[in-house]
Each structure stands twice: as C-alpha cells, then as structure tokens.
Design a protein around this ligand. Sequence first.
Ligand code: ATP
Length: 713
Amino acid sequence: MGDQEADIYSQLDQLKQEYEDYQSQSKEYEELLESEVADKEEKLSQALQKSSKLSEELQSYKEKYQKNEFEVCKLQKEIEHLKSRLKLFEEQKRELEHLNDQWENSARILEFSKQDLEERLYQAEENAIMYKGELDEIACAKEVEIQRLKEECNELRQEIATLAAQKGDTTRLAELEQMLNNTLKEQEELKSQLDVSRQTKKSGSSHISSRRDSIDSGTNSPAEACQSVKVLVKVRPVLESDANKGVCLAYNDSGIQVSTVLSKEKGKTITDVKKFEFDRIFGSESSIDDLFYDITPSLNMVANGGRACILAYGQTGSGKTHTMNEVLSKSVEALKLLIGTDCQIFLNCIEIYNEQVRNLLSNDALSKNWKEIIEMAEVKLDNEWYDQSLVLIQQAALKRSTKFTESNSSSSRSHCIYTLKIVKGKDTGIIQFVDLAGSERISKSKASGDVLKETLLINKSLSALQDVIAALESKQSHIPYRNSMLTRILQQTLGGEESMVTVILNCSPCEESSGETICTLALGTRLRSVDLGYSIRKNLKNEEVERTLRLLEKERADKNTILRKLDKLERDIESYVYAIKDRDSKIGGLIIKSKNKEKQLTEENDKLRKELISLKNSQEESNKKLRIIKSHAENEALAKNKAIQQLKTKEASMKRVLSASPAAFRRPPLNYQPILTSSQSTPSRIPRPKIRDRSAESCMKAVTDSWHYNFLL
Ligand SMILES: Nc1ncnc2c1ncn2[C@@H]1O[C@H](COP(=O)(O)OP(=O)(O)OP(=O)(O)O)[C@@H](O)[C@H]1O
C-alpha cells in the first residue's frame, strides 16, 4: 500500500511536472504566435500603405495623362488654325500672283509706249538735225543777200555822192534816198531774222549735245546720281564640279534667258523659258576688266569725296566672293592712281553673322556694341596703303565664317563688308565693297537647327536691303535702314547725297539653280526698271512723256510693292510651314511620349492591381490563419483548464482513496509509462502520456494538435 501510494504520488508529480511543462511551452508558443500575428499585421499595414501610395500615384499619372491629352488637343486645334491661315496665305499669294501677271502685262504695254516714245525722240532729234541744216542754208542765203544789199547800198551812196556833186535833179535825189532807207530796213529785218535763226539753232544744238553727253557718259549730276543704281550681271563659268549638271543660261549683249525643266517624259523635255533684258551682261568668257570698266565711275566719285557702294548679290555658290575679290584688288589699284599722296586712308573689314558684327582683323568678342566694333575695326593705313590694304583684305577673307552646305562646300554664311575711307582735306570719300551671304531657298538648302536660323537671318537681311534700295529709288520719306544690321552699316553709302550704288548680280549657269537665278534676275530687273525711268525723265522734258513716265513709275512702284509683298508672303509661308512642321514633329514626339507613358502607366497599373490582389489574398489568408490560431488557442486553453480540473479531481479522489485504504495503492499501475523529459522541446516529438483517462487524453490531444498546427504555420 505504501509503494502504491508512492507510485501514485510520483505519477501525480509527473503529471504536475508535465502540466507545468505544457503550460510553459504553451505560453512560449502563445508569445510566438502573438509576435507572428503582430508581424503579419505590420506587414499587412505596410502593404496597405504601399497600395494606397500606388493608388495615389496612379491617380496623379491619370491626371497627367488627361492633361497631356488636353495639350495634344490644343496643339491639334492650333495646327488646324495654322493650316487654315496657310491656306488663306496661299490664296492671297495666288491672287497676288494673278495681280502680278496683270502688272507685268501693263508694264509690258508701258514698255512698248516707252519704246515708242524713244523712237519719237529719235525722230525729233533727226528733225532737229535736219532743221539745223536748213537753218544753216537759210543763214548762208541771208548772209549772201545782206552782202548783196550792202554792196547795193554802197553803190547807191556813191551815186548820191556824184549827184550831190553835180547839184542836179532834187527829185531823183529824194527817190534815191527813199530806196536807200528801204534797203537799210530790209537789211535790218534780215539781220533780226538771222539772229532768231542763230538763237534757235544754238538752243537746239545745246539740247541735243547735252543729251548726247548724258547718254555717252552715263553719269549724272551728283544730286541725281544718288538715285542711280547700276545693275550688272555676272555669269559664273561652268566648273568641274558642275560636269554632269545641265546648263540653264543663254545670253547675248542685250538679254539673258533662263530655262527651267518642267518635265521629262519619253525623251521629251518640256522647259519654261524666262527672258530678262540687261545692258551689261558679263558671261563666263568676259574678263574682270570688262566688268571693272563699269565700276570706274564709282571710284572717280569716291576719289572726289563722294560715296559708293558695290554689292555682290546672288545665290550661294554663284561666284560672289570670287567676283568681289577681283573687283577689290582692281579697285585698290585704280584708287592708287586716282588719289594723290596727300590723303589719309582707313580700312575697315567686318562681317555680319547672325545679325552680329565681327571684326575680321582681330578677335574681339561678338557681344560688344556694333558701333564700337566698327570703330575699333578701323585701321589707319600708311603710305604704302595699297599693298597693306590687299594683305589685310586677304587676312580678313580667311577669317570669314564659312560652312559646308548642300549648295556650296565652303559657303560664306555672313555678309562681309570692306570699307575704304579716303580723307583729303575737308572731303571724305567712302566706298563699301559688300560680299553678301548667299540668298537661298530654305526648302532647297535642307537646313535645320542653327544652319536654318542662319539662312532665315540671311534672307531677312537681304530682303531688308531690297526694301531700302526700293525706298531710296521711289524717293520715300522713310527709308527702313534700321530693319537689319546690314542696312544700318550700309546707310553711309546707300543713298544720301553724292552716292552711287552698283549691284553685281552673280548667276550660276547650272540647271539646278534656275529657280534662284530667276529670283536674282527678277530683283535686278526691278532695280533696273527704276533706274531707266529716272534716266529717261532726266533727258526728256515733254509733257506727254512726263505723264507717261509718271504713270510708268507709279505702275513700277505698285508692282514692286506687290512683288515685295509676294516675297514677304513667300518667306512668311516658308516660316509658317517650317513652324508647322516643327510643331507637328513636337506633337508627334509628345503623342509618342504620352503613348509610352500611357503604356508604362497601364503596365504599372496592372502590376499594382495584381500586387493588390495578392496582398488582399495574403491578408485574407493571414486573417484565416489568425482565426484558426485564435480558435486553437482557445481550444487549447479550454483543454488545459479541463485537464487541470481533471487532474485536480483525480488528485482529490486519490487523496481520498489514500486516506481510506493506503495499502491498495502500493502496486504500480500496469499501464504506467515514463514521463516526458524537458529536453524534448519540439511539440511533434512530445510523447503522449498513456493515461487511460479518456478526458485527460482528449485534452492532451487538443494541446498536441495545436502544437502541431502552429508548427506547420
Ligand atoms: N569667274 C570664276 N572663275 C572661276 N571660278 C569661279 C568663278 N566664280 C566662281 N568660281 C568658283 O565657284 C565656286 C563658288 O564661288 P564663290 O565661293 O565665290 O561663291 P559665292 O557666291 O561667294 O558662294 P557663297 O555665297 O556660298 O559664299 C568657287 O569654287 C569659285 O572658285
């Protein structure tokens, strides 16, 4: 009984021990579970935060996308508006072209009437010459008559004298005196007639000789000379590089024609031929001396304290620089002979690049004030000024801004101005040699970026120059010198008192340049038509001629205004087309960018959605697990309480049994198993006590299940 009791006590101790172990382990697992739950909750809240952040981002991207779409819509509307404006401009251009055709027709008619007037003038001149001959004959006849009358008079005087000596018949004397008086009267009349004839002859011949002088010399008085613009055409020879390019120019002494190929079909070439009339055309075969002959009046003028400007105009690659270099060295040579040694010479070499002035004889910064740069660029030359000036001009030419373009491998991208100032006592003669940058069609130059900007600025300044020349010729009260840097700098020699302007139109003979050559020659025709009008008016003082010329001038002014408008319109259209293209490409870029963004956003959105779904799933799973853990923990707690309760009742009943018959418990129970050791920490390895008690067993099972479950988690 004593042994049994001891066994029971030891079993009880074991159970107690076991229970305590279970309790401590369950506490540990509870803590573990709680920390895991807290961890999951933390992760869940992080995931929720991330998801809300991503939703916000998504919202902002959506807003951005809507904004971009709105921008694109706006730009498209703008394009539509620009396109409609372009259409309007094109219509206006067509109308102006139609008007231009009409003007050209009327100009042609006026040209005919001009020719008619010139013919009549020629006839008048011939009549005057004939009249002069007749007058000469009459004068001769009258002289003879006067001589005869004088002789008669002398005879009569002698007769009177003899009669007086004879003191004879007085009536005969009276008769003779009467005859003498009549003869004297007749003589007086003849004399006065002869004087009138002489006077008429004198005035007629002076008029003719003055016109001849004017026509022969081709120069005018200084005041008139300021209106004079001389237009010369210089055709560049065909170069080796032009070998496979067709030729579009044909010319003779009086005119030049440009052929433009319209189409080539089945070996048939359809061409459009445009003819231009010019007094001075220098072909590829003519030497620089021929052209220089027409420049000498300008040099004479400058040597006498006047002003002159020589401009080379033409498309890029047409030979402006080549011509200007030759003209420059010839002019310096000629001036060396024309001016003496008692004068001071100043040279100034500058270029205008992108509306900025640059000193070609030093490395001054571009940003300085242009007047300052010009002042600083002026070099005073010494006694050997001609050699020195040629060396400096060569140095300056090397420093000029050039670039490779589609049309010329070393195209001058600037206007180059060489100014020679000759100070002689109080007089200051100034001559400016201007090698203009090439005029070019933007569409043909295929320029873009900075080169496009350069080309636009070059074309703008060239049209400003045309405006100034046209304003000077039509004697406008306002001359738009301030419209470009080029015209500002040329103001001293373009217009004003005692100034002569010579424009050399450089033309390329190549077929591919026919469009530009036509533009160049059309400009020359406009300048020339003005010049012609003035020279005719200067020499003819007939009322009808005056009226016709006034009409012609008005027509010409109107036509030039229209042509200028057309030019401007074309330039505007080109700029608009370029702006539209630029905008189109920008919009295209924007659309592609926004599409890419949209794609990226949709992808991100999809990814976020997926992440959100997986997060929600994992959250649900975590919740589920949490619920299971909670229920298991509750079950476990219940089972533990139950087991404790059972153990307590068992203990009490054992105590009761022991107190009733202590010997009955001395034998150990048949189904007794050794108890768990504390080293068996893993729940799966914990052996279940083999207690027959059913409720205690189920309780233990619940606890081990929960261990097992937690372990799985
Ligand atoms: N009269 C000529 N005889 C021989 N070669 C010529 C003649 N004129 C021009 N050339 C040649 O033609 C080419 C282009 O000439 P140049 O550079 O003078 O043209 P440009 O009108 O000044 O061009 P850009 O405006 O682009 O500067 C050069 O190679 C030049 O040597």
